[in-house]
Design a protein around this ligand. Structure first.
Ligand code: 5GP
Ligand code: ZN
Length: 113
């Protein structure tokens, strides 16, 4: 999608700090981190939100969670972490390209605000 911020980041048209990269997934440092470690993990295809996941594109969800485990190992997040998806207006989604936040290196309150 030509006007999508995260598609531009994936294409390298907007710079980002790479955390992980493979055939299906790109992960980069969030520009406004909410924890000492805050990665944004995106599929390398334009899916608007979690509400658009279906049997044709759900392989990307499996690959994203494989990436989560690899990032956790690479970054030594053995104390734990949180994976968050904000979906739609009430979910607090601000960028219309499916993404998961991977937060770590501080105690994360539950329930969130
Ligand atoms: P959402 O609020 O949609 O769940 O998450 C979008 C995330 O993207 C936010 O945490 C925000 O800080 C991050 N973000 C927005 N624009 C940019 C950008 O240009 N570069 C990077 N690295 N992160 C961004
Ligand atoms: Zn996109």
């Amino acid at each position: 999608m030509s006007d999508c911020l995260f598609c531009k980041i994936i294409a390298g048209e907007i710079p980002s700090t790479k955390i992980y990269d493979d055939e299906y997934v790109y992960a980069f440092a969030d520009i406004d981190p909410q924890a000492p470690f805050h990665a944004v993990i995106v599929p390398k295809t334009h899916i608007t939100s979690a509400a658009e996941i279906n049997s044709d594109n759900s392989i990307y969800i499996a690959k994203i969670f494989e990436a989560v485990a690899k990032i956790a190992e690479n970054e030594k997040l053995e104390k734990g972490f949180r994976v968050v998806n904000n979906c739609g207006e009430d979910g607090g989604q601000t960028v219309g390209h499916l993404h998961f936040h991977l937060l770590a290196r501080r105690y994360l309150q539950w329930p969130p605000g």
